[in-house]
Design a protein around this ligand. Sequence first.
Ligand SMILES: [Zn+2]
Length: 1063
Amino acid sequence: MIRLSNTLYKGSMCSNRIGRQAIGLSKTLRINYSTATTTINNNNNNNNKSKLLSEDFNINSRINNKNYCIASAVAAQPSTKPISRGRERQQIDLKIGDTLHGFKVVDIQDVKEKQLKTFRLKHIETGAEYLHIDTEDTNNVFSVTFKTTPQDSTGVAHILEHTTLCGSEKYPVRDPFFNMLKRSLNTYMNAWTAPDHTSYPFGSQDPKDFYNLMSVYLDATFFPLLSEQDFRQEGHRLEFDQMENPASQLKFKGIVFNEMKGALSDPNSYYAEQSQQHLYPSTTYSYNSGGEPLDIPNLSYQELKDFHSQHYHPSNAYFFTYGDLDIKNHLKFIQENCLNRFTRNESIVEKTKIGKVPRWSETKRIQLTCPPSSMDVNPERKHKFSISILHKDTKDVFESLVMHMLSQLLLRGSNTPMYQALLESGLALDYTPNTGYDDNLAESSFSVGGVGIRAEDLEKVEKTIIQTLEKAAENGFAQNVIESILHQYEFAQKNVSASFGLNLAGGLSSYWIHGGDPVSPLYLNKNVERLRKEIADGKPFFQNKIKELLANPHKLVITMQPDEHHQKKDADAELARLESIRAQLKDQDVQEIIAHSKELQARQNQEQDVSCLPKINICDIEKKQKKIHHRDTVLETTPLRVLDQPTNGISYFRATIDISTLPEDLKPYVPIFCSFIDEMGAGQFDHKQLDTEINLYTGKFSTSPLISGSPFDLAESKEQILLKSACLNHNTDKMFDLWTKILLENRWKNADLLKILLAQRQSSMVENIPSSGLSYAKTYSGSKFSRGGYLGEMWSGLAQVRLTNQMVSQNDMDGIIDKLARINQFVIDRSLMKCLVTTENTNITALESSLASFLKPFPILNNGSTINHFANTSDTNANKSFFAIPATVNYVSQNYQSVPYTHQDSSNLQVLSKVLSEYLHKEIREKGGAYGGGVSLDSGLISFYSYRDPNLLKTLNAFNESIQWSLNDKITDKNIESAQLSIFSDFDSPESPSNRGVAEWMRGITNEMKQERRDRLLNIKKKDLEQVSQKYLNNNNPSYTTVLGPANTDIQSDTTNWKSEAL
Ligand SMILES: [Zn+2]
């Protein structure tokens, strides 16, 4: 079921994108290109219900009360003496008109509904804008944003974003950004390029660390070195395939070049990008700010430098800070380290103004092609179609709220007119990625469209969309549906998020840079109240909005169909370009290419002294593990854990159901059971009414399959279903009542509906294969090692995609209904349940008593629990699998078995993974030009990976060389310290009250185990790492490698080592 969230229609392509959900507004797919790949996880599939929960393997905790030791190489520190934090922080005694450190206070607001105080300032000399949000939250955030308005698709803004992070005046080392990831306790570090701005945000809880990072970020953005070699490494360069052999193939290389090839081979991103470029002609939005691979080689080094001086200037800068640290210190630091070297530059302000799109007088139609989908399913349903309408400028927050709300009313979930007319009718299989209201750009747009359309239905789809809008303009919307969406806003507003400040940094900036008031979106309640007045007594407020949309002549109609030559055309154009360059190369040019390549390689190989960079010391890491207190009890016979947390009036409920003894023939159907359990209708509610009821009374309602590995033994993984939901405290009984209906009175017997849901599931899975390449590769490899891995593949791997395809093609709906009903019969067994509730102290008794009444009607069936052992039936000789997909880059995953959480070697392996990642970053990203590569330790696996990688064999070599390197006395104390810092910045990153203690409950990890792991991680020696490398990664240990990538004749003909498999 599609619910209110930032992944309303499709997830964002950057797994680490932060956004507007913080202020209760959701968004359509917006393409931002980001630098860091450090958060690539196993969950980059949009179809989140088919994925295992990331909570399962991510044990975090939070520390307070730090002891600070005297700094080593440190950036100028405003103050190192202990300061009062959080609720006890010093009050800020600034008033409007005050001047301080070159800034003037222009506005102060007390946002009571969010318990925040906002301060807007202007830098007097340069006009730089500044917004500070004062709050008790100790997860402080900084970001600096520049308006960047490219006038071509060479990716200049994006390449600049990468290159600024490659060394600066004060920090002239090759890669300060990636080095700081290992020298800091940051809670977030990234940079991204949006269509009209570039942002550099970070978060940290530690004051010293905060200023270290601020120093590096300010110096990187305002005073970067922008060396030509970095431009060639990050942007583009010519190189011979064999570096010194001019007879070998000439190639374009570069990190952004490959990143964009990967990004645009994802059909979702490609569609959204094309839709934007055509709807906003003759503005900066008609270009791809990330860069078109064919245009990127046109960018010159001089143009890169010019773009920097024309955009990265304080007169075009927006500073944002958030948290409990004192703004006065921030202002002083920014003034002294940066702004006092600049004066106002009016011409920059003029240059980055975004003009209005000249309005069309009639609808414009375009036809596009895209790469074929990864699996040849539904061959007759290949068309995509959408209508986009250019709306208004985006400064008005109330208009944004109204349009987002209207978009929900029309599109979200099964009780909306567009869903019924377009998807439930079977005309389309899913919405297009641009569907919804988008207010990220200077002018907003509203789009509706479908994918998986038959050629002969295209006209009908267009008519249906228009007629559905006309009908809604006539009839309006049911009051309870309106209320259900308003309730979701209220819920989102109360829900406490650990990354609230970061989300604001991302979410407020698009109002701000387009000239709106960045504080106004924080007043959600006020705007909702105003909306309630507008729609009171059935006034046709939304109807008039729809009429406005229909009357707007600036409409873009896109039809897209796959063309198997689509990628080949691009590849041919690239080759032709290279051929023509080669034909004109003189001897001298050839020598220059070789010399440049060697020079770059020598530089990449050079050991560098990074001691000029500030850092946190190991002694800054808290030794004591912060305990999370809980109370374990039993409700009748059901185990219950109670977590007392400051949840701001919300009750969170979770339950696991042990399904280890569920008959094996039903197990593959568990993810489908979980996906559809709240989509079929239950009790007196049909599926549409049920959707509205869930949104009226709950939030975060979901059911998912869950595998949790035992902390003691990898062979013992628990096979479970996880129920999860939350509600405002006064809705607790309503929430449990919905669960009772869904579990005990489900309306499975609806073959027509099931058929539609399955087709939608299939379409979304197949569309998302390119963006989930790495996750599928890893899951497939993991299936060779353990029962947990085997189930992972069955539930969230390619096997699950195949099963879905098979169900659609066999079309035996009654057979499937029978299986789902049997699973349902099994899981209502109370003896298999285990519950957890999180709420504030005053609400615990009430919540427990509601839970007890909820559990009563569930029967005790004693289905029993067991440990299912792993039987590997696969061919043990070939240990490398290759899946050809229509992509231009590879996703590579090479895996070894690891050890359970409490094993002595587990923490050593965790540090080793980080050390090896540092080695591989240089080989795979810097030299190889891949977007990312490294080693991760989770799910019982040690996984070597690369992501959007132009190479394959070279990368596999690099994996093996990294292991040899670790055995040859090469690991240094510095490597270990960097690894420890980076582990602890994850380990101690803040968690929201609703998530605290949950992962520990799922996996049975105690405070003592965590303390023991902490002690081990802090006391690791080089010999420990060498020993585990020898023990787990040497040649005698079984490994399994899986690759998803473009057809590769070398690999596919090497049948001794490789198994070519069909998706
Ligand atoms: Zn990038």
